[in-house]
Design a protein around this ligand. Structure first.
Ligand SMILES: C[S@@+](CC[C@H](N)C(=O)[O-])C[C@H]1O[C@@H](n2cnc3c(N)ncnc32)[C@H](O)[C@@H]1O
Length: 388
């Protein structure tokens, strides 16, 4: 950040209430995702073209997409296979033939047939989904076998994820068949445009289309477990910016489930993406919401940032957006964990009245009881540097 203008621009992006749009950001409505504007501004102000940017809790890959689109290299880590799958699809360019095949596929889908010929006894993977929509999803996923290449299949699976989430998640009734069909076609076209926009923007930074996938490295796991991995040891000191948003302590956010009828949880996203499920909420939230879970959160946070420190550049900056269910005790505990992991906090804003920028989260799904959890949607922006 070089000037007051930069500072104001970053604050503006943090408080922006624009809906998520542009590039491939709308491939999935992942819970608690970054605003792309904020991710872009942070990347532009705290790293240079060609630098490596790390997101140790990458979620739906907002940091990764923005880093690539702005000429950086990106490293993303997440414990959730859905996160790796979605981020991979969001950053995989398609050929002209891929696009033709995908458009033919969506055009051929026969929703009426899907409706009639289902198998409502389907697996637990579609638990709690109403039978008629379950049939549609089963038949839609079968059509994916007709694709010739994995990147086409993955794109189609991701399109079905987005479509099914739109039709099910936090909704009381599944829309009519003609509405469903129109929506799937619209979403697939938007997603193809998103890939084109990513390729176009990246080319504008001098990166040819066939180099895009080489600009990102995505890892499934927790960084403290991955650190011994040879790839990571080769990365030593390359990362100049860590831009991330860890799970929020004590806040009920579901990273691995959708909610049907605003209440019942379904593992359908794993089933649709063809991924292994098998873990509970605590696994994806660094401990869960119990008091022992929250204690565990701060220990895990320290271990992970300890590992991050081992392979970032000594001058790297760590920018984090995090919300707390109880900020009075959890913010100090969070700052303590960072200090014990070898970081010092710094406050780059000279124009703010409050000590650290914080904001109420707009347009977010929290699956949380807001009445008993007043602070759950209040995020704080924190900056740290490693000390040696
Ligand atoms: C707040 S979300 C990140 C959202 C992301 N910034 C985006 O824009 O989509 C937190 C993520 O941390 C992941 N996570 C939880 N525990 C983890 C761990 N030990 N290592 C890596 N990722 C983890 C969750 O699976 C979730 O995707």
């Amino acid at each position: 950040m070089n000037s007051i203008n930069d500072e104001l621009e970053l604050i503006r992006s943090l408080y922006s209430e624009k809906r998520v749009s542009g590039l491939t950001h709308n491939f999935c409505r992942y819970p608690a995702r970054f605003s792309p504007e904020f991710a872009r501004e942070t990347i532009l102000q705290f790293s240079n073209e060609g630098d490596y940017v790390l997101d140790a809790f990458m979620g739906s890959g907002t940091t990764i997409v923005e880093a690539i689109a702005n000429g950086r290299n990106a490293i993303g880590v997440d414990i959730n296979p859905l996160s790796c799958f979605i981020t991979k699809v969001k950053t995989t360019p398609l050929s002209k033939r891929d696009k033709e095949k995908i458009l033919e596929w969506v055009d051929r889908i026969n929703f009426v047939q899907s409706f009639d010929e289902g198998h409502s006894h389907a697996s637990d993977g579609l638990k709690h989904i109403p039978d008629e929509f379950k049939n549609i999803l089963i038949n839609l996923t079968k059509t994916i076998d007709t694709f010739e290449f994995p990147r086409q299949k993955n794109f189609a699976k991701c399109a079905l994820l987005r479509f099914a989430q739109w039709a099910i998640d936090c909704r009381k009734e599944i829309p009519q068949i003609n509405v469903l069909r129109g929506q799937l076609i619209k979403q697939v076209n938007e997603m193809l445009d998103g890939i084109d926009e990513l390729v176009f923007t990246t080319q504008g930074k001098g990166i040819p289309k066939h180099h895009i996938t080489g600009r990102r490295q995505l890892y499934l796991g927790s960084l403290d477990d991955l650190i011994n991995n040879q790839v990571f040891s080769r990365m030593q000191s390359k990362v100049r910016l860590v831009l991330t948003s860890p799970p929020y302590p004590g806040v009920h956010v579901l990273y691995h489930r959708w909610q049907v009828n605003s209440r019942r949880e379904t593992p359908a996203p794993f089933w649709l993406a063809g991924l292994q499920d098998g873990h509970g909420e605590a696994y994806y939230t660094l401990g869960g919401r119990s008091s022992s879970g929250i204690k565990n959160y701060f220990t895990r946070l320290r271990e992970i940032f300890n590992s991050v420190r081992l392979f970032i550049h000594p001058d790297a900056i760590v920018a984090q957006l995090v919300a707390f269910s109880n900020p009075d005790t959890q913010l100090p505990a969070f700052l303590d964990s960072m200090r014990l992991a070898g970081y010092e906090e710094f406050k780059p804003f000279s124009t703010l009245n409050s000590e650290r920028p914080n904001r109420l989260v707009p347009n977010r799904k929290w699956y949380t009881n807001i009445e008993s959890n007043q602070h759950a949607s209040n995020e704080v922006l924190l900056f740290h540097r490693p000390y040696y």
